[in-house]
Write a protein that binds this ligand. Structure first.
Ligand SMILES: Cc1cc2nc3c(=O)[nH]c(=O)nc-3n(C[C@H](O)[C@H](O)[C@H](O)COP(=O)(O)OP(=O)(O)OC[C@H]3O[C@@H](n4cnc5c(N)ncnc54)[C@H](O)[C@@H]3O)c2cc1C
Length: 411
């Protein structure tokens, strides 16, 4: 028989972004929440975020940067919780923010580890009790009491906040336990898919270009129909394609692949050059350097590995520029501006930064994050069916929902 703890007033599962924020908020209002974390440390995802710099939020908060099957929930949750509210919270724990391009907010230290250090320090100072290495494996609810089972004991609580995150990035603690607990408490799950994730291609030639990074435009075609495009880094890898432009498209690709749609990317490797400008450049070069190898000319405008790929794709037999006919010139230019890649799958939750889907937000109060199905049960963060664009929006939602839940727990 496992020992059962004395009944705690408030227990929070997950010392990640949302859980820490909720715990601090509740403790500042006079509660002494118990924060349970399966890892040996808090905020593992925060520590690695933004390439170690932590893109903590965004100054340009708009509801359309967040995704959910219930957009009304996002609108209501964000009310009164824009940049200034989040900035004030972080200032209150001693962490001023700095704004970069596209409104991206970072801690002034530009060190993700400082975010965790200050959040944990503030939590402890306010009286939050944190227990590490404490994985909740099962949840029950009897007669108004939550029973949280670990391998060694049963922890009991009057009020429970589940902030256990999503299934994305399992090496950092991502898992589906929170979803299972929520389902057990009667909640509905919206299907989850990897997002902000690299893509695997059918074409294996990408391997030869592995490591090449371009600033280009990636256009997405679903079953042959153009659905949108993103501009930014495009990185070729041994499995397929990555880079910021690709991560930004990956959410849509992920959902379409799940629906068995055919997803193709067309890459414009030289978006600053129109077709005409590029053709004129090549023609002018032919006039002045007609003896030059075609590949050498391409190396003047593209990385070597891509130059070889373009010749292969344009199936260009001519070796010298002067041997090129008009059709071949057009084909080369077309290939540079429309390099096609068929996407077979994403790299999955293992490599995804976030998961789409989660707990159906029609069953959660957008002001308090309280369950509408079971009293004294709350949710915050990525476990909910809300995910954001790259650029600090995911953390923004974690902080906002954490603060709201913390305030509600204390009422
Ligand atoms: C590599 C990477 C980089 C990212 N960079 C950014 C970025 O720069 N900007 C941005 O906005 N977003 C970024 N994100 C997304 C962001 O990290 C998440 O959206 C955010 O952390 C979600 O917060 P959360 O509190 O809901 O979940 P988490 O931060 O994942 O916290 C959940 C916590 O619960 C714990 N837990 C889970 N199950 C249990 C259990 N059964 N018992 C006990 N504890 C449990 C976990 O160990 C974890 O510590 C990044 C994500 C990754 C993976």
């Amino acid at each position: 028989m496992k020992p059962t703890s004395k009944r705690h007033d408030t227990v929070i599962i997950g010392a990640g972004a949302a859980g820490l924020c909720a715990a601090i908020t509740a403790a500042r209002e006079g509660l002494q929440p118990l924060l349970l974390e399966q890892n040996r440390e808090a905020g593992k995802k925060i520590r690695v975020s933004g390439n170690g710099k932590c893109n903590i939020g965004n100054a340009l908060i708009q509801a359309n940067r967040f995704h959910s099957q219930n957009p009304d929930f996002i609108h209501e949750t964000l009310q009164g919780f824009g940049r200034s509210r989040i900035e004030a919270f972080f200032l209150s724990i001693g962490l001023p923010l700095d704004e970069k391009e596209d409104g991206k907010l970072f801690p002034l230290s530009y060190e993700a580890s400082s975010v965790v250090a200050l959040l944990v320090d503030e939590a402890l100072r306010c009286g939050v009790k944190i227990r590490y290495g404490c994985r909740i494996s099962r949840l029950e609810h009897h007669n108004g009491t939550f029973l949280l089972h670990t391998a060694k004991e049963t922890i009991t609580a009057s009020k429970l906040l589940i902030a256990s995150g999503s299934v994305a990035a399992p090496k950092l603690g991502g898992n589906d336990s929170g979803y299972i607990f929520a389902q057990r408490m009667g909640h509905t799950l919206i299907p989850r898919h990897p997002a902000l994730v690299q893509l695997v291609t059918e074409e294996t030639w990408v391997k030869q270009c592995a490591g090449v990074k371009m600033n280009g435009v990636a256009k997405l075609y679903v079953n042959g129909t153009y659905t949108g495009e993103k501009r930014g880094d495009i990185l070729f890898t041994h499995y397929g394609i990555s880079g910021l432009a690709i991560l930004d498209l990956s959410r849509e690709v992920s959902l379409h692949l799940y629906a068995f749609d055919y997803c193709e990317l067309q890459l414009d490797l030289m978006p600053h050059f129109s077709k005409e400008k590029l053709t004129n450049l090549l023609m002018a070069n032919i006039r002045t350097n007609s003896d030059r190898e075609l590949e050498l000319w391409l190396r003047g405008i593209l990385p070597k590995k891509l130059a070889t790929t373009i010749i292969m794709h344009a199936s260009c037999k001519s070796k010298k520029e002067r041997e090129l006919n008009r059709k071949e010139i057009n084909k080369i230019v077309h290939t540079i501006k429309h390099l096609r890649l068929s996407i077979t799958q994403t790299r999955g939750f293992e490599y995804a930064e976030v998961a789409t889907g989660g707990i159906d937000t029609t069953e959660v109060d957008p002001q308090t994050m309280a369950s509408k199905l079971l009293s004294d049960l709350y949710f915050a963060g990525e476990i909910l069916d809300v995910d954001g664009d790259r650029g600090g929006f995911n953390f923004h939602f974690a902080w906002v929902s954490g603060i709201r839940a913390g305030q509600a727990l204390a009422k």
